[in-house]
Design a protein around this ligand. Sequence first.
Ligand code: SAM
Length: 233
Amino acid sequence: MSSSNSKEPARPQHRTHTDTTDQQQSVQRRSKSAEEIADAYADVADKLARWRQLDRLFAGRYRRRQFEHATGRVLDVACGTGRNFGYLSSASEVIGIDISNETLAHARGELDRLELDGTVQQMDAQALDFPDDSFDTVISSFSTCTFPDPISALHEMERVCTPGGEILLLEHRRSDATPLAWLQDWRANSHYEKNGCRLNHDPLETVEQAGIPVENASTAFFGLVTTIEATPR
Ligand SMILES: C[S@@+](CC[C@H](N)C(=O)[O-])C[C@H]1O[C@@H](n2cnc3c(N)ncnc32)[C@H](O)[C@@H]1O
């Protein structure tokens, strides 16, 4: 396992910007619609909910590290089955949104199970139905890989986050380990077709393209996982 933690946003070491852009574009050219993504997650919502222990084993430590200090009124964008809710002990209120009603049914159950003050709502991350500056912290995990237009979704996160608030992301990315990266590149198109997820994307590059200031970024687990802390402009 490799990990790094740095004030400098983490960067892959072994390829050029042009390589990244070419690989990402090959998938982005065929972006699925929000409805297609919702359908894809409707089909797997129950399976995802059953994988709670597995998720805790592999992603739990990253979720805890990234989200345990999320304070105040917290929005979880693309909350899925509510995996992050158990790590939001510093939040005063939790609002989760997702495009998939089927995953939200599990997220609602998770709010009840954890006895958290909060709600979940069906909503498109690219058109959040909240006024500007509504949340102290906006979090999102393993989501920018699935948004048809991740930059719009990031701009929406920025819009609804109060000035002085935080946008906290936990994402997967193209690995720093060459064999893993090749495997991701090889599977990228078929994985996107089947799951609507860009396996080899670069979330930090997307946040930078969105123009949102990045305060901190780190990578872990052979560079497959990244955490990003950003602040609204
Ligand atoms: C890989 S899952 C991650 C779920 C959850 N954040 C987690 O960490 O387990 C991606 C989620 O993004 C949601 N999603 C995809 N596109 C969306 C959109 N445009 N608006 C809201 N949610 C979306 C999917 O329905 C799915 O629940």
